[in-house]
Ligand binder design. Structure first.
Ligand code: C2E
Ligand code: CA
Ligand code: CA
Ligand code: CA
Length: 275
């Protein structure tokens, strides 16, 4: 009957999609997608907790192929494991700068955040690549922020720290991403020139119902402020969550409440449309 047919078709579609995804997350397919520009830059707004003013956007990579989204976590992991994180970072840097240049003419205070894998930092001459890209697109370093995720590469800390110091000296801001989920949070705060700490959404999403989460978030805000860093909360989906963040003195927020990631042109048009 019809219901059975539909169930079979759905099952086939899932099987197809997951095999497409597996196939696509190979080195060759990802290399091809980067070279052929089959990835896209999406942007998500980051706002001031105090007054909702737009601070800037986080750049998020998207890959859609044959009606299936490939989750960023999957192709980022492939990139890191197969030597493609350098090309992917290069692609993301140029794509973000191209998208942000017109928006910056309209609003010169905007800051664009790009995700920077520690592995990319260690594999390439990141400082030279960033300076060249900023010059090419005519974007000041002060309009760029890098979000560096905590990882367990503690042995590479001195090298990572050195590059981040150089990058910071050129005027690019440094944010510690997924703060609190890794193994080296305190070491990162001690070693890196940290401008911003980004509280992971796993710590934010239940602060309205979980006292312990709320206490941890508040303590993280104090800790960051204590070393002169600002704090951005990720994954803000409700007005109650935002109100608690305001009480804690959290500086900025990002989340579905006031802006989902959208294709770059769309996100920027929504900004000027007064959203
Ligand atoms: P992330 O850096 O922690 O990015 C935040 C993730 O949270 C994004 O997932 C975003 O879409 C999602 N998010 C934002 N607000 C909300 C919310 O209110 N609720 C919920 N449930 N989710 C929210 P996305 O885009 O799937 O990216 C996943 C991860 O992939 C990112 O985590 C980042 O680590 C990595 N990634 C994405 N693009 C790039 C890139 O260009 N380069 C690198 N190196 N990594 C990237
Ligand atoms: Ca991020
Ligand atoms: Ca996160
Ligand atoms: Ca992450």
């Amino acid at each position: 009957d019809e219901a059975t047919l539909e169930a079979v078709q759905t099952a086939e579609r899932h099987a197809f999609n997951s095999s497409v995804e597996r196939q696509l997350v190979s080195h060759d397919a990802l290399r091809e997608a980067i070279a052929a520009n089959h990835l896209a830059i999406w942007l998500q707004p980051i706002r001031s907790v105090r007054d909702g003013r737009l601070h800037g956007f986080e750049s998020l990579a998207r890959w859609r192929h044959r009606d299936a989204w490939v989750a960023p976590e999957r192709f980022i992991a492939t990139a890191e494991q197969t030597g493609l994180i350098g090309p992917l970072t290069h692609w993301s840097l140029h794509g973000t700068l191209r998208a942000c240049a017109p928006a910056l003419r309209e609003n010169p205070t905007l800051v664009f955040s790009i995700n920077l894998s520690p592995r990319a930092v260690l594999e390439d001459d990141v400082v030279a690549a960033f300076s060249a890209a900023l010059a090419l697109w005519g974007v000041p370093a002060s309009a760029l922020k890098v979000e560096v995720t905590e990882t367990a590469f503690v042995s590479d800390m001195p090298a990572l720290s050195e590059v981040l110091r150089e990058l910071h000296a050129t005027g690019v801001a440094i944010s510690i991403d997924d703060y609190g989920t890794g193994y080296s949070s305190m070491a990162y705060l001690r070693e890196f020139p940290v401008d911003e700490v980004k509280l992971d959404r796993s710590f934010i999403q239940d602060i309205t119902v979980n006292t312990r989460s709320r206490q941890l978030a508040a303590a993280a805000v104090s800790l960051a402020h204590g070393i002169g860093a600002q704090v951005v909360a990720e994954g803000v989906e409700s007005a109650q969550t935002l109100a608690l963040l305001a009480e804690m003195g959290c500086d900025r927020y990002q989340g579905y409440l006031h802006g989902r990631p959208a294709p770059a042109a769309e996100a920027i048009a929504a900004m000027t449309g007064g959203d």
